[in-house]
Design a binder for this molecule. Structure first.
Ligand SMILES: [Zn+2]
Length: 118
């Protein structure tokens, strides 16, 4: 079983990470379309070349990918927090063994042990 004080420490980490991700997500979702629209209206006469468009597309796609990653992490954090509430936190979702504390400290939203993640 995980010590209560350590559990609290991990919970604080999860909550901090959750707040950080939520902030990042709201930024990428609202800012990007706005910035694009502004650019269009300010410089309607500028004929943007292919390369620039490709670059923008790439940036957009990597933003999307980053968003997906962050959403995935958020889900894990939610699950970890929920499992703390019902005392099932810290067990591997795959082999049901206890996840080593070192791993939880480095990555508190882990839901599998290192062996199962491979
Ligand atoms: Zn496992």
């Amino acid at each position: 079983m995980i010590d209560q004080a350590i559990m609290e420490e991990l919970k604080q980490k999860l909550l901090a990470e959750k707040a950080r991700l939520e902030k990042n997500l709201s930024q990428t979702e609202t800012e990007n379309p706005e910035a694009d629209r502004e650019y269009e209206t300010k410089f309607p006469e500028v004929d943007r070349d292919e390369e620039e468009n490709a670059d923008e597309m790439e940036m957009y796609e990597s933003n999307l990918a980053a968003d997906e990653t962050m959403k995935g992490e958020l889900e894990k954090i939610e699950k970890a927090l929920a499992s703390m509430e019902n005392d099932t936190y810290g067990f591997c979702a795959n082999c049901q063994k206890e996840i080593p504390l070192e791993r939880l400290r480095a990555y508190p939203q882990a839901d599998t042990c290192l062996d199962c993640e491979k």
